[in-house]
Design a protein around this ligand. Structure first.
Ligand code: DSN
Length: 430
């Protein structure tokens, strides 16, 4: 069958569903997927409609290499204002002397700090991946592990908590130029003040990667690492609930180095539409409503943790101070991979994870990481999370009645609709 030739005139005004129905249908399918399951991946969230609007906005058309007032392109007067507002809001939200809001994602934020603070070959002391660190903190196959000498600290075998004596001993032995605290799968508060004492003893710089708990910091529910650190990096799309992106905070003395590291060091044109969305995200994060949301994220994490433990599952550290929990499956029949797949069957979306001293490879893992930010965003309260926890326990028991568990998750999803009123991507047209 002949496909009608698109006219330039039509393309100039047509919406996605007209131009590319295949992709529009898949976007709607993804919306329905998100609506029809319970999102428990600790690093994911459902962002605000206002953020969607900014991400889909006209600065996507604009090149703006450089920084506000110092660009390499004309026509930057409006995006200069947008980026300056985002910078000021980031500084004020976290009490930072300097902010760079251009990193495209968390890994780029971390890379920006390394490029600003280190030379290739310098030593970084960071948390091992299986203890809760992140691949951009020094995994061998990541740029961080390839460019720098990495020394990893772990957690205590009994408590699964950071062993500060070990961190100090390793710092004294290896004299790192940079110490990193924070990670992706550590359920307890990051004590940046204690890391600062260690960094001072060995004259090291200190960076905190607060990507996971930045929203809790903004809400005053997790200690702010900024007063103790030279650099703080973050994403904006996890607990912060903003666009998929990153940013760096630092002391003024490192401002120029950080800015130069990001541009021209490693990125070209900043994504000013995403920076507009970051500005909106920071504004929302300053409100009482956001504090209420984060308080509910925390309360829900405690309710879920208690339910899982009452149901016989082990949690690393026996609970959480944050939005995330690590289920330790080593005393069960389950691997992380199998548990992830079983939970998927009852529409609970999680990710497998290694646990400290894991003998299984990361592709299998002996843990499952869960978090409460996304479901809390659609209105889940403690009772809802107790029901989620009960379904998880039953799904991981012997011979579960899967259709019944599925029906219970369907009921929760119907009770707490995601983006009610949003009809998907089939009616958008200019
Ligand atoms: N930050 C990671 C996570 O926590 O899922 C992804 O790289």
């Amino acid at each position: 069958m002949a496909v009608a030739q698109e006219t330039l005139q039509h393309l100039r005004s047509a919406g996605l569903s007209e131009v590319d129905p295949e992709i529009a249908e898949l976007l709607t399918a993804e919306l329905e997927r998100q609506r029809g399951q319970i999102e428990l991946i600790a690093s994911e969230n459902f962002t605000w409609p206002s953020v969607f609007e900014a991400v889909g906005s006209v600065p996507t058309n604009k090149y703006a290499e450089g920084y506000p007032g110092k660009r390499y392109y004309g026509g930057c007067e409006v995006v200069d204002e947008i980026e300056s507002i985002a910078i000021e809001r980031a500084k004020s939200l976290f009490g930072a002397e300097h902010a760079n809001v251009q990193p495209h994602a968390g890994a780029q934020a971390n890379m920006g700090v390394y490029f600003a603070a280190l030379q290739p070959g310098d030593t970084i002391l960071s948390m091992k991946l299986d203890s809760g660190g992140h691949l951009s903190h020094g995994l061998k196959v990541n740029f961080s592990g390839r460019l720098y000498t990495i020394v990893g600290y772990g957690v205590d075998r009994e408590t699964s908590l950071v062993d500060y004596d070990e961190v100090l001993a390793l710092a004294k032995e290896h004299r790192p130029k940079l110490i990193i605290c924070g990670g992706s799968a550590y359920p307890r508060a990051i004590e940046a003040d204690r890391f600062r004492e260690i960094a001072d003893e060995v004259d090291a710089l200190l960076m905190c990667d607060m990507a996971h708990f930045a929203g809790l910091v903004a809400a005053g529910l997790h200690p702010n690492p900024m007063p103790h650190c030279d650099f703080v990096t973050s994403t904006t799309h996890k607990t912060l609930a903003g666009p998929r992106a990153g940013f760096i905070l630092c002391k003024e003395e490192f401002a120029k180095d950080v800015d130069r590291a990001i541009f021209p060091g490693m990125q070209g044109g900043p994504l000013e539409h995403t920076i507009a969305a970051k500005a909106a995200c920071f504004k929302i994060a300053m409100t009482d409503a956001f504090r209420d949301y984060q308080s509910q994220v925390r309360a829900n994490a405690d309710a879920l943790g208690e339910t899982l433990m009452q149901g016989g599952l082990d949690l690393l550290t026996g609970g959480t101070d944050t939005h995330l929990l690590q289920i330790d499956l080593r005393n069960s029949e389950w691997t992380g991979k199998d548990a992830e797949e079983r939970l998927h069957e009852v529409k609970l979306t999680v990710n497998r994870n290694t646990v400290p001293f894991d003998e299984r490879p990361p592709t299998i893992g002996s843990g499952v990481r869960v978090g409460t930010p996304a479901a809390t965003m659609r209105g889940f309260d403690e009772d809802d999370f107790r029901e989620v926890g009960t379904v998880m326990v039953e799904a991981l028991a012997d011979a579960p009645e899967l259709p019944g568990l599925n029906a219970r998750i369907d009921a929760l999803c119907a009770k707490r609709p995601l983006y009610p009123g949003f009809r998907g991507y089939t009616t958008y047209a200019a």
